[in-house]
Design a protein. Structure first.
Ligand code: SF4
Ligand SMILES: [Zn+2]
Length: 130
């Protein structure tokens, strides 16, 4: 199943934003990649981010990961996410103004409390399938 088939709504939008950032980062840092898309390492990161979005306990109400009290990323993936965002964040405005502005607005929201139970995309998807 393609990564994006798992997600919808805000979660899919956030994944698209992340995808755009990873493409900017990969283009500058990993030039020896196939002519289309991103390198293997960045592709693995995107796949990991997609799974985290699918399992995010906040579901469609997720905050930005930056402000999240749960912090579900493994430390090395969190570090990679930070590097990608620091590089690509300021470079998003020209190629992707809507993604960039929405991301900046989301970053300004206050940190949430702990998540409610059973609202992750994955949980709701399984409920629909059963
Ligand atoms: S739990 Fe927190 S860190 Fe993990 S995906 Fe959801 S908002 Fe991001
Ligand atoms: Zn790359």
């Amino acid at each position: 199943m393609a990564d994006t088939e798992l997600l919808s709504g805000k979660l899919l939008y956030e994944f698209r934003t992340m995808q755009a950032m990873v493409e900017i980062y990969c283009k500058a840092h990993h030039p020896l990649k196939p002519s289309q898309g991103v390198c293997l390492q960045c592709s693995e990161f995107l796949s990991y981010a997609n799974t985290r979005l699918d399992r995010c306990p906040y579901g469609q109400d997720k905050p930005t990961c930056n402000k999240c009290p749960v912090h579900c990323y493994k430390p090395h993936m969190k570090q990679r996410a930070r590097e990608i965002m620091m590089y690509a964040g300021p470079r998003m405005l020209l190629p992707h103004p809507i993604f960039a502005i929405k991301h900046l607005l989301a970053e300004r929201k206050p940190a949430p409390g702990l998540p409610p139970e059973r609202v992750s995309n994955r949980h709701l998807r399984k409920l629909k399938q059963s």
